[in-house]
Design a protein around this ligand. Structure first.
Ligand SMILES: Cc1ncc(COP(=O)(O)O)c(C=O)c1O
Length: 289
């Protein structure tokens, strides 16, 4: 398997992550996942923008320009040669010896970049029938806007839901729904779309940006306001969004049907439009080549 390691592309067996890499010891790093369709990185600019925002929020100075990072990612995607995939890349604060909590001097310690590409296909079967979720108390930290590699809070939430037999966790903080364990959460009530506003309690999703655009084009009202667990249970439709899951209907929460207990009509309409938007972008990328 090929791995991007800083500016080199190597076999995974040749990559040597240092024991004192701060990502390994502290989870001190940030990451992104970009979906690749027909060899094109979808919404690359938005993902890179978010990486730079995350870096700023954790006071990390990235050791490359956007162009340099983009070139390296494209090189890896080309070398791996998978048409439908995702690229995962992370940047840790680097190797600082000995292990100390203090952030190291950025003039002395350089952040470490790694990336891999794995095949991914649209989860079409699940998108057709939807998934079953369970409510889980959102006990994560208060910097959920940072795409941090420290995902233990999210993993614990997902595991709690799975242990109860559900496929996903719908996170609830102080009675209000925030997001799912690795996606943003939406509900539809009386043809109005609701989702938690961006801020420190949710990740500002890239798929969310696209849904806003599509909803606008359809003339659908989007209200970015927090809603309660009870409001969600009384909703007509519910779905989650992420770059990899795209739009995934949630048809039951805590064994209670949402709407008819099937993917809703607006959810399906948005998903079709989302897929069309991808196809248009990919086509225009391919035409440019
Ligand atoms: C906690 C969380 N919220 C939302 C998202 C959706 O983000 P995006 O649409 O950029 O994939 C993710 C994606 O990994 C996530 O981990």
């Amino acid at each position: 398997m090929k791995i991007l390691w800083n500016d080199q592309i190597l076999e995974d067996s040749e990559v040597a992550i240092d024991f004192e890499d701060r990502g390994y010891q502290f989870g001190d790093g940030i990451y992104e996942v970009i979906r690749i369709y027909d060899g094109c990185m979808y919404m690359e600019k938005e993902h890179l923008d978010r990486l730079w925002v995350s870096a700023e929020k954790i006071r990390m100075v990235l050791p490359f320009t956007r162009e340099e990072l983009s070139q390296r990612l494209h090189r890896l995607v080309k070398e791996v040669g998978l048409a439908n995939a995702r690229i995962y890349f992370q940047v840790t604060r680097g190797v600082a010896k000995p292990r100390l909590h203090d952030f190291p001097d950025p003039k002395e310690v350089t952040p470490v970049l790694t990336a891999d590409v794995q095949a991914v296909t649209r989860p079409a079967a699940k998108q057709n029938i939807g998934i079953r979720a369970g409510f889980v108390e959102d006990k994560r930290w208060l910097h959920c806007d940072i795409k941090s590699i420290s995902l233990l809070g999210n993993l614990l939430a997902l595991d709690e839901a799975k242990q109860k037999g559900y496929e996903e966790a719908v996170l609830v903080r102080d009675g209000f729904v925030t997001e799912a364990s690795a996606s943003n959460l939406w509900m539809v009530k009386n043809d109005i779309l609701y989702t938690h506003p961006d801020g420190n309690l949710v990740l500002p999703g890239i798929a969310k940006i696209k849904i806003r655009e599509i909803a606008k084009a359809f003339g659908l009202e989007v209200r970015e306001e927090a809603f309660t667990r009870e409001a969600l249970l009384a909703a007509d439709e519910c779905f989650k969004t992420s770059s990899v899951a795209e739009i995934m209907p949630i048809v039951e929460i805590d064994d209670q049907k949402i709407g008819e207990g099937m993917p809703g009509k607006l959810t399906k309409k948005l998903l079709n439009a989302y897929i069309e938007a991808i196809q248009l972008t990919v086509q225009s990328h391919l035409n440019e080549k």
